[in-house]
Design a protein around this ligand. Structure first.
Ligand SMILES: C[S@@+](CC[C@H](N)C(=O)[O-])C[C@H]1O[C@@H](n2cnc3c(N)ncnc32)[C@H](O)[C@@H]1O
Ligand code: SF4
Ligand code: SF4
Length: 458
């Protein structure tokens, strides 16, 4: 049975449609006609954010358009998110930031920005963003953000024009002291006829080469890599080699995500034009548990995926790409290969490796950063930022007790916390130990994989 949530865990909140540039690949569906005109009113932002908090949302991503195009609004949003004790991140092209603004936001709790960097080649970057000197402006913005002690991740959208530039982008991003490079498959914008638009149709070989180049980036420059748009897992074939791209599948189908436009219209996926309600007049739950449910109840799965062991992680790849290419969500992702092709399965968390370093004497604690949300028949547990997984009720309630008392975890005969479970929890960044290097687990395997919904042994 798939676990259905009462509300999303992470929300993308678009503050304004306004943007200082006009990227050719931008998914915002009004992009081809105008620079956008909607902006959330300053006096509405606190109400909207309060609604997210009431619903139990853990993490808010402020986006646009360009959020820095309306700084007072961005400032108000960040103050409000801090007040409601949710974590946050901002998506920004960083081209119109100042040191003062970044420092002010940092002091209010903003600790991460995801920036766009379409190409490391200045001319191509200008062409894609429709603005001269665009790359230098992004680079200068990244430097200012790092000086303000804000972590920066970089998103590079892969199109036919940029497919050979992943390695150069990785080098640049590493030189700028960024933490992660996302090599993101482009979702064809709804305003372009994707079945005709050559810029979005990379061959399988070309797509794979981008991922291979990203792996070289990780190995040579020691930075994290990933993708913001999911790949069908059967496209990856070797899930050990491509473990950085396994991730958590489609966050909208998993039920984690909701996306809100500047006029209040609510979508499941940021790439989506269909709206399920308006947050200015309705509550999160009202929209999420009714009209949006079709995203969560497997109705977008492609029939060729029936019987696949990864179905609840992969959810048939990216259903917005299927919609753009074939005209319907529940159709074949163009990168689908079928579940007979797997060469190597996902080694869920190298549990054996972990179990070798954990024993009865290892003492764990539940840090205060861990957040819990009770659902019908299970709990959601948030490790930090947008990293949330489902967890068994009894385990969650034991963990809550240990967090409240701040006592070290003890294994007793009537406890559900076995060594096996502790290894899982340690791997997922949910418990910490003074005896172990807490940073080690991240290098063992990626953080984003929800092993809770999958029982696979290596
Ligand atoms: C729409 S932008 C808004 C925030 C800000 N203006 C920026 O570009 O960072 C949010 C993210 O969506 C990504 N994006 C835009 N169009 C896309 C597409 N067609 N496919 C995949 N990602 C896309 C951008 O690279 C950016 O990281
Ligand atoms: S900077 Fe962001 S919002 Fe602006 S056009 Fe580019 S992708 Fe779209
Ligand atoms: S068969 Fe379907 S669910 Fe399975 S990995 Fe491929 S696309 Fe994903």
């Amino acid at each position: 049975m798939k676990k259905l949530f009462s509300a999303p865990t992470t929300v993308n909140l678009e503050l304004t449609e306004l943007c200082n540039v006009k990227c050719r690949h931008c998914y915002n569906f009004w992009r081809d006609e105008s620079i956008g005109h909607e902006t959330i009113k300053n006096d509405k932002i606190d109400d909207l954010i309060a609604k997210l908090s009431v619903a139990g949302v853990f993490h808010v991503i402020l986006t646009g358009g360009e959020p820095f195009a309306n700084y007072p609004l961005l400032l108000g949003a960040i103050k409000s998110i801090s007040k409601h004790k949710m974590s946050m991140s901002v998506n920004s092209n960083l081209m119109i930031v100042t040191k003062e603004k970044l420092s002010e936001l940092r002091s209010l709790g903003l600790d991460h920005i995801l920036t766009s960097l379409p190409s490391p080649d200045p001319k191509l970057n200008d062409f894609i963003m429709n603005q001269k000197g665009s790359l230098d402006k992004i680079i200068s913005g990244i430097k200012m953000a790092r000086e303000a002690d804000i972590r920066v991740s970089v998103n590079m959208v892969i199109t036919r024009q940029t497919k050979d530039q992943v390695f150069d982008a990785g080098k640049l991003v590493s030189d700028l002291d960024c933490q992660k490079l996302f090599v993101t498959r482009s979702v064809p914008p709804t305003y372009s006829d994707a079945s005709q638009d050559d810029n979005y149709s990379l061959t399988e070989f070309e797509q794979k080469k981008c991922l291979d180049d990203a792996i070289r980036v990780k190995n040579e420059f020691n930075i994290a890599i990933g993708t913001l748009v999911s790949y069908p897992l059967c496209f990856l074939e070797d899930l050990e080699k491509y473990s950085d791209f396994v991730g958590r599948g489609c966050p909208a189908q998993a039920g984690h995500r909701m996306s809100i436009n500047a006029n209040g219209n609510v979508h499941a996926c940021v790439h989506e034009e269909e709206s399920y309600g308006n947050l200015m007049f309705q509550s999160v739950e009202e929209i999420y548990t009714t009209r949006m449910r079709k995203w969560h109840n497997r109705s977008f799965h492609y029939k060729g995926c029936e019987g696949c062991r990864y179905i609840d992680i992969c959810e048939s790849g990216c259903s917005m790409t299927s919609l753009a290419i074939n005209g319907a969500h529940e159709t074949k992702d163009p990168l689908f290969k079928g579940f007979h092709v797997f060469k190597k399965h996902y080694n869920v968390n190298n549990k054996e490796k972990l179990k070798n370093i954990i024993n009865d004497e290892t003492r764990f604690m539940v840090p205060q950063r861990i957040r819990f949300r009770k659902e019908n028949g299970f709990y959601l547990i948030n490790a930090r930022w947008g990293n949330t997984i489902t967890i068994d009720t009894e385990i969650a309630e034991e963990l809550i007790k240990f967090q409240t008392t701040q006592n070290k975890i003890r294994l007793t005969s009537n406890s559900k916390l076995s060594l096996d479970v502790l290894a899982d929890l340690f791997f997922k960044d949910i418990i910490e130990s003074d005896n172990l290097d807490n940073s080690k687990k991240e290098s063992i395997q990626g953080l984003g994989f929800n092993f809770d919904s999958l029982e696979i042994t290596a």
